[in-house]
Structure formats: structure tokens, C-alpha cells
Design a protein. Structure first.
Length: 244
């Protein structure tokens, strides 16, 4: 009796199309994949677009913990032994196309298809390393360097192939949230980057490789602190009073 060979699993085809336990969803900018506190019952695969993962503290303070691009998975906490709640919020930065995979289908395919589980593990490990680098960046670098790093990540410098250079349309308020600073500081740094030739922007932001070189070589010019307005008055000597 001739044993039939099992058809080879096509990971790319699985992640590109809807099917059993899978459906393709279109998201507009600022629309959520899921929100913090929702049931963790599915995993998302980002086919197109950019997204971010944020957490909100009990006091209402929001922090961005990851930036996502095409090829990333998000919501992997759904694969835990017990179904729990989402620990963060995933939101579209640009228009996104994503494949929503049910928890049951994701576990089933990962158990049966080693090529798929290998890809999933690779993507998750790479993002874990990026988050660790983001934490170091947040702890030890200035807000200007954090902004530079976010611009480079969004332009995909450092990834194989040609960098995009143009980053998705994004407001300075959103950049300020990602950096952990104020919009006025982001505006100040963006103007500085433009004067130094690191970026261009006229509707869309274009990032030059010179910014990457400046960050890698730690050669961002230092910001000169402004002299306090009160210093002029403190140095003014009062005239001696005339004798009566």
C-alpha cells in the first residue's frame, strides 16, 4: 500500500488568507485591534500598515511599549494556558490590514506545523529584543535620542533591504506620547533635526541616513540650555543709597 505524502504547509498562504478560525479585518488609523482588559481570545497578524501597543496605568497615564509593522504578531498572550484579559491596547497608527486568528486555531496550527511555530517564535523573540532595547532607551537616553530612535524605527532603518525613509503620517502629539515628553519638546527637536539635515518634512516626514549615523556614533549635537530670565536681574547691582 502506497502511503500518501502529507501536503507541505504553506505558512505565507496561511497568513495571507481567511479561512477556518481566521478572518481579515481592515482598521482605520486610531482604531483598536483590542483594548486593555478585553478577553484574550485571539492573535492578530499584521499584513499591512503600522500599529502601536500601549498600556494605561491606574492613574490614567499612557505609555507606548511597542511599535509594529507588517509581519508582526500581536496579542500573543492569548496563547497562555488559561484565557485571561488583554494586558495592553493595540491601535492602528496607519490604515491596517490584519488577520485575526482564533486562539484555538492558532494553538492547533502551532502544534501541527513546525514551520509556522518556528516563524512565530522568531517574530516574538525579535519583538522582545526590541522592547528590551526600548526600555534601555527610556532609562538611559534623553528624549531627543528617543525621538531619533522612534523616527528610525518607523523608517525601518536597520532592516534588510531598502529603508522606507518616508514614515507614515503621524502627529507630533502621537510622537510625544511615544517618546514620553511634551509636544513642544518634540516640535523643538524636529526643527533641530531639520536644520541639521537629518530629516525633511512637508506633509510627510522623510528620514535621512545621517540621523542613523548620528545616533549610532552618539554624535547628536548637545542642546545648549537656555539662560534663565532671572539671571540678568540677579547680576544687576543696586545703586548705593545717597546719604541723607
Amino acid at each position: 500500500m502506497v502511503e500518501l505524502e502529507k501536503p507541505r504547509f504553506d505558512t505565507a498562504a496561511f497568513l495571507a488568507s481567511a479561512g477556518l478560525g481566521k478572518r481579515i479585518i481592515q482598521l482605520a488609523p486610531k482604531e483598536a485591534f483590542f483594548s486593555q482588559g478585553d478577553p484574550a481570545d485571539s492573535v492578530f497578524y499584521l499584513q499591512k500598515g503600522r500599529a502601536k501597543v500601549t498600556v494605561v496605568s491606574p492613574a490614567g497615564k499612557e505609555a507606548t511599549i511597542a511599535l509594529l509593522s507588517a509581519g508582526d504578531f500581536v496579542g500573543e498572550e492569548a496563547l497562555a494556558a488559561m484565557v485571561g484579559l488583554r494586558l495592553a491596547t493595540a491601535t492602528a497608527v496607519t490604515s491596517c490590514t490584519t488577520l485575526k486568528i482564533s486562539r484555538e486555531e492558532m494553538i492547533h496550527v502551532m502544534h501541527l506545523e513546525h514551520s509556522f511555530s518556528d516563524l512565530f517564535l522568531k517574530v516574538i523573540l525579535e519583538r522582545s529584543m526590541r522592547i528590551q532595547a526600548d526600555l534601555v532607551d527610556q532609562l538611559f537616553n534623553s528624549s531627543e535620542k528617543r525621538l531619533a530612535r522612534i523616527l528610525l524605527l518607523m523608517a525601518e532603518f536597520g532592516k534588510p533591504g531598502e529603508a522606507e525613509q518616508f514614515i507614515p503620517k503621524i502627529s507630533q502629539e502621537t510622537l510625544a506620547e511615544m517618546v514620553g515628553t511634551t509636544r513642544s519638546r518634540v516640535s523643538f527637536f524636529m526643527n533641530r533635526f531639520r536644520k541639521l539635515g537629518f530629516i525633511e518634512y512637508n506633509g510627510r516626514i522623510k528620514v535621512h541616513k545621517s540621523l542613523l549615523n548620528a545616533v549610532l556614533l552618539d554624535r547628536l549635537p548637545e542642546v545648549k540650555p537656555e539662560r534663565p530670565l532671572s539671571s540678568a536681574t540677579t547680576r544687576t547691582r543696586s545703586k548705593p543709597a545717597r546719604p541723607a
